[in-house]
Design a protein around this ligand. Structure first.
Ligand code: GLU
Length: 421
């Protein structure tokens, strides 16, 4: 029987399923597996209260953790704090994590979690209480060999440290492997924070080479200056690109001659916005639509839609964020000749670095920074070459090719294990 329900309904879920079904048709996916993979195996919805700094003020919020496929090892994926978080969105993102992890060959199924809250107005103490209580609610389903959270939108290294501490207090011993993306002082990998942005630029450069372009001297625009955007900007800058515009939630800046990214790093340390940086001017138009060679959306999802896709002038789009482009927009961009490096490939450096961190934690290894980068780039470029070959053989775009690779691997694991009981 085909499961029909609207439990996981959301715009993003619909898009992810539509995308999946197109590829399932293309590869003639086993019909039983096809239905199974549309739904997550486990979803936990929790509601919990936390205290505001004003002691008598208590707020109740909703949290989620969704595990898509449990057949290939523990599940893995980030935790986001955002007012838009809902079960459908978290499920869609968990499904994308399954494909992402499979295309870089990691022994994980996809997961995602989130709390429907805007983290920006919260004080540090409030954020800590939200995180600790949310973690306590997740205890039955997370674990070093069960499900390993990581940072995502609105969460960071410190959030991971609180999760690790809360979990460790529950089990009675220090458990670094319960999360990845934590600070180095408690077992975090020094390269994790930079890996998503740097990995995205590495595959972007490889893709540009295939079409006879180089990153050097090309004009790059980065939307978002968080964990992904800032290191993507830095990697592009280091390779001789002119990063002409960047932005964050407070505003956008532009300098046609190229922004000095190391200086911008200094300026934005201590959580200061890029707004007001003396080495650039304020940009008032949409950052996505300015004239450039490479556009890297590295903030929230759904920013490139059918209403702005035709105004995008970049020739190469590197999707640092998860799901920045809607399906309709993707079609418009491809018709306009834009080369798209899809999110599940472009931002897979994050989960790949997370994997290294988790292996170090569980096996008590210690790799040097240079070794970690070498391994990261090797994994990313191998996946890229395989996906490029698929796209040539099947005469399809890179997103379809990446999905073919990811879905086939997950389906093969499920078919090989067989059905219980
Ligand atoms: N949140 C990141 C992503 O969407 C990383 C997940 C991880 O490292 O487990 O890929």
């Amino acid at each position: 029987m085909i499961v029909e329900n609207n439990l996981f309904d959301s715009q993003m879920y619909k898009e992810v399923i539509k995308q999946y079904e197109g590829v399932a048709d293309l590869i003639n996916l086993d019909p039983n597996i096809r239905e199974r993979l549309k739904l997550p195996q486990r979803s936990l919805v929790v509601t919990f209260p936390f205290r505001r700094d004003e002691y008598d003020e208590v707020e109740t919020v909703v949290g989620y953790r969704v595990q898509h496929v449990l057949s290939m090892g523990p599940t893995k994926g980030g935790i986001r704090y955002s007012p838009d978080v809902n079960l459908g969105e978290v499920t869609a993102l968990a499904i994308l994590m399954s494909w992402k992890s499979a295309i870089v060959g990691l022994p994980y199924g996809g997961a995602k979690g989130g709390v429907a809250i805007d983290p920006n107005p919260l004080t540090r103490a409030e954020k800590q209480r939200v995180t600790r209580r949310y973690t306590a609610e997740l205890i039955p389903i997370i674990g070093v060999n069960k499900d390993i959270p990581a940072p995502d939108l609105g969460t960071d290294e410190q959030t991971m440290a609180w999760i690790m501490d809360t979990y460790s207090n529950f089990v009675g011993y220090a458990t670094p492997g319960i999360v990845t993306g934590k600070p180095a002082s408690i077992g975090g990998s020094v390269t994790r924070k930079e890996s998503t942005g740097r990995g995205a630029v590495a595959v972007g450069v490889a893709a540009m080479e295939k079409i006879g372009k180089t990153i050097k001297n090309s004009k790059v625009v980065v939307q978002g200056f968080g964990n992904v955007g800032r290191y993507a900007a830095m990697a592009a800058y280091e390779q001789g690109a002119k990063v002409i515009a960047v932005n964050d939630v407070d505003g956008s800046i532009i300098n046609e001659k190229g922004i000095n990214i190391p200086e911008l790093f200094k300026y934005t340390s201590n959580n200061v916005s890029v707004n007001g940086f003396p080495g650039a001017e304020k940009l008032n138009e949409s950052i996505l639509e300015i004239d450039c060679d490479v556009l890297i959306p590295a903030a929230v999802g759904g920013v490139i839609t059918s209403s702005n896709a035709s105004k995008i002038k970049a020739k190469v789009l590197i999707e640092g964020a998860n799901s920045p482009t809607t399906l309709n927009a993707d079609k418009i961009l491809r018709e306009n000749g834009v080369l798209i490096i899809p999110d599940i490939l472009a931002n897979a450096g994050g989960i790949t670095a997370s994997y290294f961190e988790w292996v170090q934690n569980t096996q008590n290894y210690l790799w040097k920074e240079a070794e970690l980068y070498e391994k990261l780039i090797d994994v990313m470029l191998t996946a890229f070459e395989e996906i490029w070959t698929i796209s040539e053989k099947q005469n399809c775009d890179l997103r379809t090719a990446a999905l073919i690779k990811g879905i086939k691997r997950v389906a093969a694991a499920k078919l090989t294990r067989g059905l219980f009981p």
